[in-house]
Ligand binder design. Structure first.
Ligand code: SF4
Length: 281
């Protein structure tokens, strides 16, 4: 059973890509088509609202510290209580049907743990934040004889160490990963490419931020800080991988790649004629 061509197909394929869209395509091209071509928005899961609310609180905290540096002022004090109070407001504003008292209590508890570990880490860091929720928009060469590809996104936080080393930090809620997984994390590689491209600036000075020497995933609920780096060869491999993925999109390859794992957590499984039978269980 085939799907009718989506509206404005060509326009949508010319749109900018992001880590999320490329990752969705690599997971299953048909799932990508449901979301980005047919524009069927996935449901807002409670765990996503929790994660985005924690990010928003941490973003505000780091932004206040950058602002203080710009003004030559002392950064405002913060405590677990003050961060948790802000979390409660943000979560209630952004959560929809899942804002039951039980869910509220559970997410408040998890948020307090995350903020305690965040503040513990902040207390021993010797680096200063230079950008937060840093937006980027850079170009990667397209497939031969085709238009370049624009990649956009935002980096949670960028710090500068006392010796000038730049560190990219991405906060994660939920399950932690292994160092080997962080070494191969595509999102961090894309962020390294964006900063190396010179597209991200120090918010206090306006100067372009140099290429990062450290890439970190901070699993805030676990207090786990895992760092890695990327070589020039790895950045080139990412450019090639992006071009190959977009070439398949532009060629109209949206064939499903069902698997028990992918289909089992797919938001479009109920609509999909190709879902893996094991995912129905
Ligand atoms: S149910 Fe499986 S095959 Fe269908 S779109 Fe989702 S991941 Fe792809």
């Amino acid at each position: 059973m085939g799907l009718a061509p989506p509206p404005a197909y060509a326009d949508l394929l010319r749109a900018k890509q992001s880590h999320s869209s490329l990752s969705e395509y690599r997971g299953c091209p048909l799932r990508f088509a449901f979301r980005y071509l047919y524009q069927l928005r996935p449901p807002q899961h409670a765990y996503l609202t929790f994660g985005s609310s924690v990010h928003e609180v941490l973003e505000a905290d780091v932004r206040a510290r950058i602002q203080a540096r710009r003004d030559g002022a002392t950064a405002p004090a913060r405590t677990i209580d003050s961060l948790a109070e802000r979390f409660d407001r943000v979560w209630l504003d952004s959560s929809t049907g899942e804002a039951t008292p039980v869910a509220r209590e559970e997410y408040h508890r998890r948020a307090r743990v995350a903020f305690e570990r965040y503040l513990d880490r902040e207390a021993v860091r010797d680096a200063a934040p230079v950008a937060v929720e840093a937006r980027f928009d850079f170009e990667v060469p397209g497939p031969p004889d085709a238009a370049p590809i624009r990649i956009h996104g935002a980096i949670d936080r960028i710090d500068r160490h006392a010796d000038g080393t730049i560190e990219i930090i991405d906060y994660k809620t939920g399950r932690a990963r292994t160092p080997a997984q962080v070494d191969h994390d595509d999102q961090l590689t894309m962020y390294a490419l964006a900063v190396a491209d010179g597209d991200v600036r120090d918010e206090a000075t306006g100067e372009p931020i140099p290429a990062p020497g450290i890439l970190t995933l901070f699993f805030v609920e676990h207090g786990l800080w895992i760092s890695t780096h990327r070589t020039a060869e790895q950045l080139d491999a990412m450019r090639t991988s992006i071009a190959q993925t977009v070439a398949r999109m532009r060629a109209g390859d949206f064939a499903a790649t069902p698997s028990e794992q992918a289909c089992g957590r797919c938001d479009y499984a109920a609509l999909c004629p190709e879902r893996h039978p094991g995912a129905d269980a």
